[in-house]
Design a protein around this ligand. Structure first.
Ligand SMILES: [Zn+2]
Length: 410
């Protein structure tokens, strides 16, 4: 987003601390973060464990420093989520909570498939061996394929990918694996930045590429529709997830065998786990931290106790996600309280858009433009009007939007 705001001091201190993290393997030798995040995606369960232990150890060594920053950031946050997002998150979280059991059962199936025995937190990112993990192609070939896929569902998709490839897509070395978008020149157009591993793109990484290009696409349109104006939380992740969803649908539809489709589904479970289990858990954790910080000091034991309790509730007993509260940068930026809600909201609305192209055929430029315009406002009213409804979103409305997830994993 282009809105230039001064970076809060506590967030700068957090970023410095993250840059300072040193990773080592079991023997104490230095290893790269990129290598460890690759390890988390590995098909080999012991390699995933090793990567997880190195990550966990490196962050845990600084947990006192992180908890001090978390206390400061939480104390600076406005806790009124409804005011911030223009939507009450409680009915949404209730609907998402209702799909929890189903997702946990799917995670157990995935654990079996990837040789872990039972679900472990460190397996969330694991790629299923057959599910498009082979057949990597160089980035230009992947972009050509992506352009073709998008064009089948979205008017102008191919020309857009070609235009962005010609100078607004960059590979960079990243300390943590984190594709993102930004404006290299203040006020200029948005560019996409992918980690170096995207020099070779596997089919299972195509949706991530589509996601970042989706941000570029909606930012370009935003410059036309509402230049410089504040945008709603729904808007931020909807259209990146929409493009991601389109690409995934193609990969899934193109799978020749039933067994392969099953593997692709288990592979996609990573996104569902993050959006529908981890982000809701982190939102609950953030709420707890903001409320506690308002009452007084926030000792490390209180932080870790709350984290274990909340994560245990969403993921079952012993989720071993002990360091993830340190890794979640949104917790440390007072400008964006409850930022993870944007991923959840974007996921919900994008699912409906994906359904629309699935049943209604190729989306015209005008329809895309209208969908973007509907979500720019800070509440859900434009979106609801298009649905022919005026009432605020209720749990049943959210549950209806989650139907594709239930259909996929039941
Ligand atoms: Zn995004």
């Amino acid at each position: 987003m282009k809105k230039e705001e001064k970076v809060p001091e506590v967030y700068e201190a957090y970023l410095r601390l993250c840059r300072d993290i040193k990773y080592a393997d079991a023997a104490g030798d230095a290893v790269s973060a990129a290598g460890l995040f690759d390890g988390l995606r590995s098909a080999d369960p012991s390699e995933r464990s090793r990567a997880w232990d190195s990550l966990c150890g490196a962050w845990n060594r600084r947990r006192h420093d992180f908890s001090a920053l978390l206390a400061r950031a939480s104390a600076e946050k406005n806790s009124d989520v409804q005011e911030r997002f223009g939507v009450d998150p409680a009915p949404l979280l209730a609907a998402v909570g209702d799909t929890r059991e189903l997702l946990l059962r799917a995670l157990e199936r995935k654990a079996e498939r990837i040789g872990a025995g039972k679900f472990r937190f460190c397996d969330i990112w694991a790629r299923v061996r057959n599910a498009g993990a082979s057949g990597a192609v160089p980035l230009p070939a992947a972009l050509a394929r992506l352009g073709d896929i998008l064009e089948r569902h979205l008017e102008g998709g191919k020309a857009f990918v070609e235009e962005v490839s010609a100078g607004r897509l960059h590979l960079e070395e990243q300390a943590v694996d984190c594709p993102h978008c930004g404006t290299p020149v203040p006020g200029g157009p948005v560019h996409a930045y992918m980690p170096l591993r995207f020099g070779e793109v596997r089919p299972c990484d195509l949706p991530s590429l589509a996601h970042e290009l989706g941000h570029v696409m909606h930012c370009d349109l935003l410059d036309e529709l509402a230049p410089g104006e504040p945008v709603g939380a729904v808007f931020l992740e909807t259209f990146s997830q929409f493009l991601e969803g389109i690409v995934w649908l193609e990969l899934f539809g193109g799978a020749e065998f039933r067994a392969l489709r099953g593997d692709l589904l288990l592979d996609k479970l990573t996104e569902e786990t993050l959006d529908l289990l981890l982000f809701p858990a982190m939102l609950e954790f953030e709420g707890r931290m903001v409320a506690s910080a308002g009452k007084g000091p926030l000792p490390l034991e209180a932080v870790e106790g709350a984290y274990r309790e909340i994560l245990g509730k969403w993921f079952g007993v012993s989720p071993e996600g002990t360091w993830f509260w340190m890794r979640s940068k949104t917790l440390y930026d007072p400008r964006w309280p409850f930022r993870d809600l944007t991923y959840l909201l974007g996921r919900m609305v994008s699912m409906e858009l994906v359904q629309r192209v699935r049943t209604g055929g190729k989306m015209s430029r005008e329809e895309y433009r209208q969908a973007v315009a509907d979500t720019i406002s800070t509440d859900f009213s434009g979106y609801r009007r298009r649905q022919g409804r005026a009432s605020p979103m209720a749990t049943a409305d959210w549950a209806e939007m989650l139907a594709p997830v239930r259909d996929m994993f039941k």
